[in-house]
Design a binder for this molecule. Structure first.
Ligand code: ADP
Length: 489
């Protein structure tokens, strides 16, 4: 039970409340008792002076009844004030002690404070460590000379009735405070623990695979922020899970077609149903499908490595114009005698170099050019351009006069496995990973990629890559170099 957050909060709250109240009760009682004792001391000191002045009167008007009158006075004072009264001579010997007449403090004897007596001071002393005090007042004779002292021995621990009443009121106030304190404490305990309990329950649901679980997040407090973070995390987990599912579904779907072809044709070769005249054709199909699968696996591996962030780029300065030309040459060679659209290199020769991983950017450019040739008829044109973009970037463009991309697909073509015309791509064997790889490569260089397309007229892909650092002299001519990529107008 003590392991739950809520019970711990409740118990700690209770303990804090109780300790707090005990401290208050203790302090209050101490203050109350000190105050009461000081009041009592004051009043006893006053009584002591009064009794002394009456005793002095008897001494000054001494007659035959002196002793009886003194006894009477002392006993009456002792009884009414509930104190022990001692009238002592200068030598400290009691002339009369009320102990004989009253039982109060009979055991307590207080010797005379001779020093105080000589100095004719009024003294009040605590007797040992008890709450009993002795009030000693000097006794003056007829001519004002010192004849002894009157000592009142009394308890000062009794709390006065007024203070007892106050004590009761205090207890009522304290009780009410305790209840209010507990109510407020419990309210906050529950309001703090409720969202945490909800988040805990939601985490458990997530662990069970219910990724659509969300928790309410109101306000800007820490717990609301925790709930918001949980929701964001849950959304990301849900999205990752969906992407993973889609990914597995896409990969298995895309692998099934070539695998079916390979199985079918190899079976035909094995059991002889292909016939000797068809065996070359069957072997060709098997080879082509295997190559498609190999490309797809290569693309997948490449994308996974790029996305993992573990892939180390080795960047260096690359001159754009010759670089573009070398990629075009390679593609043209690969197509051989095949009828494809013409590719034009329109990159200005004096353009500053770019700071890129040559192999990766070549792959990105090749993917774009392959796509352009793929979706452009043989009589069409593909143009590669490049220009300085802001002070820090170079923008490379691949424009074709091909079939274009339907408006609803433009935003999605960079997603993995996305193909705008699925039946068409399946025939060509494209997996829908090419542009995802391009985007990943460009973004790993800090650049951006975008596309403009008009269906039936053509598409233009543009991406930015960092310009190579200019030599010192050039840097001086270009003050205020921007480090942020400018936004395209
Ligand atoms: P794929 O490997 O299938 O070409 P990509 O990721 O390279 O996959 O391209 C995704 C989709 O974008 C393609 O299936 C195609 O529909 C569309 N696409 C890409 N480039 C072009 C282009 N130059 N012209 C028209 N459509 C294109």
């Amino acid at each position: 039970m003590l392991q739950s957050f809520r019970s711990r909060l409740v118990i700690s709250n209770l303990l804090i409340t109780l300790v707090g109240l005990l401290v208050i009760v203790f302090v209050f009682t101490r203050v109350l008792s000190d105050r009461s004792q000081s009041i009592k001391r004051g009043s006893l000191a006053e009584e002591s002076r009064l009794v002394t002045s009456q005793v002095e009167y008897l001494f000054r008007h001494r007659n035959a009844n002196f002793e009886a009158a003194l006894q009477d006075l002392v006993n009456t004072a002792s009884n009414t004030l509930k104190v022990r009264v001692i009238v002592a001579g200068r030598d400290g010997q009691p002339i009369y002690d009320s102990t004989g007449a009253t039982p109060f403090f009979s055991g307590v004897y207080h010797p005379l404070d001779r020093k105080a007596l000589q100095q004719e001071r009024v003294v009040s002393q605590q007797i040992k460590s008890s709450s009993v005090r002795a009030f000693q007042t000097p006794l003056e004779g007829t001519r004002g000379h010192l004849i002894g002292a009157v000592i009142l021995v009394a308890s000062v621990s009794v709390v006065s009735p007024g203070l007892i009443e106050l004590h009761d009121v205090f207890l009522v106030v304290l009780g009410t405070a305790l209840l209010v304190w507990l109510a407020i404490g419990l309210f906050f305990t529950f309001s703090i623990s409720r969202p945490l309990i909800r988040i805990t329950a939601a985490t458990e649901q997530m662990a069970e695979g219910r990724y659509d679980t969300r928790v309410p997040a109101r306000g800007n407090g820490e717990i609301a922020r925790l709930a918001t973070s949980f929701n964001v995390m849950a959304q990301q987990v849900q999205q990752t899970n969906r992407v993973l599912k889609d990914f597995v579904a896409n990969v298995s779907h895309d692998l099934r077609t070539p695998l079916t072809m390979i199985t079918g044709f190899s079976q035909a070769l094995l059991d002889g149903t292909a016939g000797p005249d068809k065996s070359d054709e069957s072997a060709q199909v098997i080879h082509d499908e295997a190559v498609k699968m190999q490309h797809m696996v290569d693309d997948l591996l490449q994308l996974t490595r790029l996305e993992s962030g573990l892939f180390a780029f080795s960047r260096k300065a690359v001159e754009v114009q010759p670089f573009v030309q070398s990629v075009i040459d390679r593609i043209t060679r690969a197509h051989g005698t095949e009828q494809v659209a013409t590719i034009e290199n329109r990159v200005p020769a004096r353009l500053p170099s770019i700071d890129v991983d040559r192999e990766q950017i070549e792959r990105a450019l090749r993917n774009l050019l392959d796509n352009a040739l793929q979706y452009t008829p043989a009589r069409g044109h593909v143009r590669v351009t490049a220009r300085l973009f802001g002070r820090e970037w170079v923008e490379i463009g691949v424009a074709d006069t091909g079939i274009g991309i339907p408006g609803q697909d433009v935003a999605r073509i960079f997603e993995r496995f996305y193909r705008s015309d699925k039946s068409r791509e399946r025939v060509h064997g494209h997996s829908g990973l090419g542009l995802a790889i391009v985007r990943e490569i460009v973004e790993r260089h800090g650049g951006r990629i975008e596309v403009d397309s008009v269906p039936g007229k053509g598409s233009t892909f543009r991406f930015t890559v960092p310009r190579a650092r200019a030599p010192e002299a050039e840097q001086e001519i270009l003050p205020g170099r921007e480090s942020v990529q400018p936004v395209r107008q």
